[in-house]
Design a protein. Structure first.
Length: 155
């Protein structure tokens, strides 16, 4: 075995991927939000302590494995959406211009793409949601969308 693979195996054995890296990620996110919005305090040290405590609580509650799975799935979703945008670009379209320059419509389509990639990547098994529930929700969304479309064109 190489030195690098041994180092990665040691990091895994020590819990870096299940606990330390998610803790660092949540620490950076929470601290960044608290510092930029100044929600609780103007003091950096107060926001730092709050960030440390909250990120420990989040990682403790998730026990690490939840975050490893969800971020892996998020990577697959983002890769799928990126492939879709690249295909549009290769076809000669700008992503927003492909939807008549409407940023809201482009955002909705991007959200739908993310949901579809999430479902196809097996994300529903993660939340233990059956395909019957998904089919019901999709039908309800389609019905609501149709009613909204007809209501908007009737005016």
């Amino acid at each position: 075995m190489s030195v690098v693979s041994t180092a990665f195996q040691n990091l895994e054995r020590l819990g870096f991927y299940d606990y330390i890296f998610p803790w660092l990620l949540f620490l950076a996110l929470i601290f960044g939000i608290l510092q930029s919005k100044k929600v609780i305090s103007e003091e950096v040290s107060v926001n730092g302590v709050i960030s440390i405590v909250l990120s420990f609580l989040i990682v403790f509650i998730g026990k690490g494995i939840f975050y490893t799975k969800i971020f892996g799935l998020l990577g697959v979703v983002l890769a799928g959406v990126l492939v879709g945008i690249i295909v549009l670009g290769a076809a000669g379209y700008d992503f927003v211009d492909a939807f008549f320059g409407n940023k809201a419509l482009a955002g909705v389509v991007l959200g739908i793409m993310m949901i579809l990639v999430f479902i196809s990547a097996g994300g529903l098994e993660f939340f233990r949601i059956s395909s019957d529930i998904v089919a019901t929700i999709l039908m309800l969304v389609l019905m609501i969308g149709a009613v909204a479309f007809l209501g908007a064109t009737a005016k």
